[in-house]
Design a protein around this ligand. Sequence first.
Ligand code: GLA
Length: 431
Amino acid sequence: MCRAVLLLVVFSLSCPAAEALDNGLALTPTMGWLHWERFMCNINCDKDPDNCISEKLYMQMADVMVKEGWKDAGYEYVCIDDCWPSHDRDAKGRLQADPRRFPGGIKKLADYVHSKGLKLGIYGDVGKNTCAGYPGSLGYYEVDAQTFADWGVDLLKFDGCYMNWTLLGEGYVNMSKALNKTGKSILYSCEWPLYEWPYQKPNYTAIRETCNHWRNYADVYDSWSSVKSISDWTASHQDIIVPVAGPGGWNDPDMLVIGNFGLSHDQQESQMALWAIMAAPLLMSNDLRNICPRSKKLLQNKLIIDISQDSLGKQGSLTGKFDSFEIWERPLSEKRLAAAVLNKQEIGGPRGFVIRAIPGWKMCDPKCNVTQILPEYKEMGVQTPKSNIVLSVNPSGTALLTITPLSSDFTEMYKLRWEDLSVKQKHATIL
Ligand code: GLA
């Protein structure tokens, strides 16, 4: 689509820097559930039948996703991660699910998930073994792609363990081709850049042409330090990775860990806001059968999901740092803007932050409409270049806003102008 409009300069400016994998999938960031962070490689179904990696876990998650509003909110993929297969391929060289934990096999599980109106994701590895030591796909790309297609699988997460790094690109490209050859639409989630960064700068043009999303950085853990390190990595590499994201291909900062044990509620709000601004896949890894209502409400917040899934398809970035505040902005369709103000000071109480809509702020000249989505929904109303928008942000929390210009002739996106009140009024922590 981008190619067709290249002559029209105005439209071509909205195209990402490279062509996306042309499989018609992931036109907006993928939404779903993925088992890894919460359930890891728990294969002990005798001792822990409710939490081990077995067909029951995915069937129960699919049931809850339909019953509890997750599907209606947009979460669509139920994804298996590592530790699902048997250690041995079958007589024809095909992967097979562990027969004790998946007695019905993956095809039956896919049928079940499809009967709920959801999609099934599976996991493989470009190398000799998966990271947890199960059989990898090296030497079997076509066989495995066909097996996944025959089972009716809708998404493949393809890891990069046990692979000579110089062959990574070739392997990921060959699996992409093998998936395409099956004729079934299978969303392709890669970890290619993550495994290449230690050696060289990855070729993101090739990655975007090959994968629907790609992990760049380390695995997420259930902790604020992990979420922070991911957003820090993203900010420090944004010049390289932001331009390449767009419909069909996204940077993947890893799973949402909201609803688990390690993040305070403010930190959960920060992860949700940042992942929406970063146009990240929203793949939750938590126990949907038992999740606190506040986390559930946050994960199902329609206004945040609307930012994540915005049709303009541009990834946002870090646009300002003031004292320990970070400002992240994402351009949205209809010339709107999403802005997140993150308070990274992990001591004290709520801190004031003022957005001054000074005359340089073209979005609000002559006026704009501002809505606060986090920490709570608040119509902030019509603002003008004379306005001061006052926010209060908790330690490691985030204020999330959308700004809609009300000027008919507003054509360009201008960065906001911010002023950190607490820098000016050193001791005024609460407004
Ligand atoms: C790697 C990946 C994780 C997960 C595990 C499974 O560490 O990055 O997301 O898939 O392997 O072993």
